[in-house]
Design a protein around this ligand. Sequence first.
Ligand code: SAM
Length: 257
Amino acid sequence: MPQKLGQHFLASPPILERIASAACPQPIERILEIGPGQGALTAKLLNHAGRVIAVEVDAAMVAHLRERFPGEPRLEVVHADVLTTDLTRWGQIPVAGNLPYYITSPIIEKVLRARLPRAVFLIQKEVALRLTASPGSRDYGYLTVHTAFFGHARRLFDVKPGAFRPPPKVDSTVIAIEPHAVPPAVADPEGFLRFLGQCFRQKRKTLRNNLIEMYPKAIVEAWPEAAMRAEQIPLERFLEMFLRLPPQASAAVRISG
Ligand code: SAM
């Protein structure tokens, strides 16, 4: 079996069932699945949801799914690249998937921006630790704060390589992400995300050194956080700092960024 496109198929019915139950804690009308592959998780999701919309990029997998579920009116197989698919096309519905690991971060970013009501994903453990890390810990970084800006990520359970065919080289973890009921009050969210990216530009540098290229030096140097590193700072404090910047400062980043 070629391992292109991150194709590691989950071969453990109890784990597949746990993922489907986490994605659908009660029977739901519709769910979006990313990367259905040969349909192992799809079959479980069909037991919990009235309709499954499954987005798969590989034509061979799409053909396999159509053969495996012939005439299943509750399954819509969409032959497309998830990264270029409008995930809100089917409404604000929950999403699940055993993700292709080579594009985990861009998929999560896209799902967060779409503000889907719940995401349950099997991803590599290392990324799950980064998504749920605490400030000051080794795994805390841009991905953690970016995710916290949009929602709340939780680790549900770990999955060993032996549960997949073929086994991946890394351990995996099932995570759940729920968007904030009330998003952080920021008038310019894109400006905030650019600011955040600049704060983490070089992980070992102080905020002062990361920020003075882009933001007014006198303002940044006067901050009590100037000598801290981004990896020590929680989301709320990044938001406070951003709100302290004059509006022209975020415009300057927009021009050069
Ligand atoms: N859900 C199946 C399972 O658990 O056995 C397969 C999971 S496998 C890790 C990832 C799946 O994502 C593969 O079927 C792969 O073809 C598909 N995939 C990879 N890149 C994709 C993309 N850009 N858009 C949609 N699907 C993609």
